[in-house]
Design a protein around this ligand. Sequence first.
Ligand SMILES: C[S@@+](CC[C@H](N)C(=O)[O-])C[C@H]1O[C@@H](n2cnc3c(N)ncnc32)[C@H](O)[C@@H]1O
Length: 261
Amino acid sequence: MSQLVFDEALAAQLETLYRTRDVLRRRRLVREALQAGPGDRVLDVGCGPGFYVAELVEQVGPTGSVTGVDASPQTLELARRRTEGHDNVALRLADAIALPVPDGAFDAALSVQVLEYVADVDAALAELHRAVVPGGRVVIWDVDWSTVSWHSTDPARMARVLAAWDGHLADPFLPRTLAARLRVAGFTDVAAEGHSFATTERTPDAYGAAIVPLIRQYVAGRDGISGDEAAAWAAELGERGERGEFFFACIQFCFTATRPT
Ligand SMILES: C[S@@+](CC[C@H](N)C(=O)[O-])C[C@H]1O[C@@H](n2cnc3c(N)ncnc32)[C@H](O)[C@@H]1O
């Protein structure tokens, strides 16, 4: 198993993926859950290319601020370019388990599709708890990768590809344990909402189409899957799309919680 490396090439791919219709929908859902308002100080853990940072800085206005933290210099560089000119944005290179921020410095925090990559999730939750003020809200979004369902006439190959893809992160099933972990970390008002991302069309705007090249690249040469087999897997999905037979679904989870006052 070796996790995805958020290097320059992947950062560029994320830049495209994060402009798709489904990821725009995800950002809207996250921002609705976060409920940030004018003057709020917001922390984005694992901010990646900075789409949330750029949107939230408009939402909190000139009296608020947004701090983005990420462990990848390459994605942070994209975030820097995206938020250039905003003096109420701070971007920090750091790990989610050791946030370079003072205690209780934020009114709200978010972490979208990040904790599933973090080996010590409990340490990251402790850091989020420390970083927000008492009464502060956190929003955490992760995918349960076992819910991924693609129509294929080669279910054995599909199962092997998805099993290999599970190796791209630390915990492919994190949503199953996240509510309990949030409570142990000291949060209250813990709630989870599952959002289905489903499509019967292979449009580049659909999550289930946009992630195919990423998965193909990652699984090729891993767990006994050759480059040709990974290509054949992706080609089948392409052909299904052309024939009007495409089907994809997965459930992504939005957790909300509060640091008690
Ligand atoms: C799938 S991207 C999500 C980016 C962003 N949250 C979004 O949804 O637009 C995951 C991001 O988490 C970052 N990341 C992964 N592990 C991390 C860690 N231990 N500490 C901080 N950032 C991490 C990666 O560098 C990458 O930018």
